[in-house]
Write a protein that binds this ligand. Structure first.
Ligand SMILES: Cc1cc2nc3c(=O)[nH]c(=O)nc-3n(C[C@H](O)[C@H](O)[C@H](O)COP(=O)(O)OP(=O)(O)OC[C@H]3O[C@@H](n4cnc5c(N)ncnc54)[C@H](O)[C@@H]3O)c2cc1C
Length: 482
């Protein structure tokens, strides 16, 4: 490795180079990058202005899953008689539900602190800003405890993440009370009786699912013609049906014209199919996408390019500015924790000259609603747009033994193969625990598996994963249990 301890050297400006790698932002992108950097023998520091673990551990992936688990248990309690069981007086303590979710987040936040210590990564508490420097931009940190510290590292990795996109011009901005983003929706004082969710991506659908499970009247408004618009069309349709069965209402193809606050509630004016409508509820959640934390960082001043709310990078996270990289949400979509970590590891391995896997592996996406949705690779429409002739397999859970035994009949598995090569190019699932199963297909696509390997793989019985096998068999006219 070319790595002589850089911290013993001096910058071109005569400033001591303290670290090989300095990471800005300790979300799943930044903190995982810092760990890998330390593993590679690089002297590493990380700057965090708020909480170790970033959005994911503190305000995103993890606390939402804790909330959703409470909602799921509560919903299941409503179906106990289906299983020959009974319990009286189903109820919940909303503050207890929120408190559990905060405890889970706190536990993981402390875990990241432990990992930083274990890997001897210096954590600098404060807000970072870039200035021109040598051999990389200097990082000036406004310290939480007061004062500032200027750090020169050989390499700086920006992993400052993203935040909820808002549209103040039409009232789609949080006020902390009636109008929420995910932050406020995570820690409300009480469960609203009615809720409007603007946006039917994963975040909007997960909150809609949670609040509906606890009894709120939920309406989801989506500008595009279908819910979970990034998913395969068949899955979107099935998902809408399943959510409607649980009582969630939808307005799709509906443009929000204005959100106004009223006494004790909100009103959303929308237009769908040429018709105007006004919906009212106690609270609204704005879930219309996210935007990168690119402001006040000095990015442009040091020569980095920012476009559509994210830093422009090359295949290794390089920004084109010597020694400056960007990874994770701030480097653009998909805005997912595992994408952020994967990109960060690749970036720092590239910096260290370590042979790193290319960033070509497909990135699975999951929505932890009831039922769950999970996918990896191309949708059928995307494959066709690329001119790929496809073979498509489908298998419903309603004829899968484990699903029947568990009373989890909803959903199906859809697989898409390239007809000319037999390669699996996409997989789409809706049903119970499909977020735990999608990894099998992610591995298959990464290993460039064809139908032959998927057919030859032995799936344990009884499991819901047998539907994954059957779907691959179905694509080739060999399905067994239909
Ligand atoms: C409600 C919700 C649910 C989600 N659920 C999932 C899920 O189930 N699965 C999934 O994969 N993804 C999920 N996500 C997305 C996921 O949280 C993000 O993709 C992930 O956190 C991105 O990681 P990151 O490290 O790039 O950024 P972040 O996690 O945003 O971390 C960036 C960090 O940088 C810090 N920072 C910013 N600017 C500065 C500065 N100037 N100086 C110092 N520190 C700074 C911030 O304080 C923050 O801690 C969810 C998001 C939300 C909002």
């Amino acid at each position: 490795m070319e790595w002589l301890p850089a911290f013993a050297g001096m910058s071109g400006e005569g400033m001591a180079v303290e670290f090989d790698v300095l990471v800005i932002g300790a979300g799943p992108g930044g903190y995982v990058t810092a760990i890998r950097s330390a593993q590679l023998g690089l002297k590493t520091a990380i700057v965090e202005r708020e909480a170790l673990g970033g959005v994911c551990l503190n305000w995103g992936c993890i606390p939402t899953k804790a909330l959703l688990k409470s909602g799921e248990i509560y919903e299941q309690l409503g179906h106990l008689t289906d299983y020959g069981l009974a319990a009286e007086n189903r109820s919940f303590d909303f503050s207890g539900v929120v408190e559990r979710s905060r405890k889970v987040a706190a536990q993981l936040n402390a875990g990241v602190g432990f990992l930083m210590k274990k890997h001897k990564i210096e954590v600098i508490d404060g807000s970072a800003k870039l200035e021109k420097g040598d051999p990389a931009p200097k990082v000036v940190v406004a310290l939480k405890k007061g004062g500032s510290r200027t750090v020169q590292a050989k390499h700086v990795i920006v992993a400052t993440g993203a935040r909820a996109r808002t549209i103040p011009a039409i009232g789609l901005e949080p006020d902390g009370e009636l109008v929420w983003t995910y932050r406020e929706a995570m820690v409300p004082k009480a469960c609203p009786k009615s809720l409007l969710v603007v946006g039917s991506g994963a975040i909007g659908i997960e909150f809609g699912s949670f609040y509906r499970a606890l009894g709120a009247e939920v309406t989801v408004i989506e500008a595009l013609p279908r819910v979970l618009p990034v998913e395969d069309e068949e899955v979107s349709k099935a998902a809408q049906k399943a959510f409607e069965k649980r009582g969630i209402k939808f307005r799709v193809g509906a443009a929000v014209k204005k959100l106004s606050k009223e006494k004790g509630g909100v009103a959303v004016e929308l237009e769908a199919g040429g018709k105007a409508e006004t919906l009212k509820a106690e609270r609204a959640i704005v879930a219309v996408g996210i935007t990168g934390n690119v402001e006040d960082l000095g990015l442009e001043a040091v020569g980095a390019k920012v476009e559509k709310g994210h830093v422009v990078t090359d295949a290794h996270g390089g920004t084109g500015v010597r020694g400056l990289y960007a990874i994770g949400d701030v480097a653009g979509p998909p805005w997912l924790a595992h994408k952020a970590s994967h990109e960060g590891v690749h970036c720092v391995e590239h910096i260290a000259g370590f042979p790193s896997a290319n960033l070509t592996a497909p990135i699975p996406g999951c929505t932890y609603s009831q039922p769950q949705v999970a996918s990896v690779g191309l949708t059928e429409a995307q494959a066709k747009e690329k001119g790929i002739k496809v073979k498509v397999g489908r298998f419903p859970f309603r004829v899968n033994g484990k699903a029947i035994a568990s009373g989890e009949l909803e959903g199906f598995v859809k697989t898409i193969f390239d007809e000319s090569t037999g390669a699996l190019i996409g997989a789409h699932m809706i049903g119970a625990e499909v977020t735990e199963m999608i990894q099998g297909y992610a591995l298959a696509i990464t290993m460039e598996a064809t139908e032959a390997e998927l057919h030859a793989t032995v799936y344990p019985h009884p499991t819901m994963s047998e539907a994954m096998h059957e779907s691959a068999l179905d694509a080739y006219g060999r399905v067994l249990h239909i």
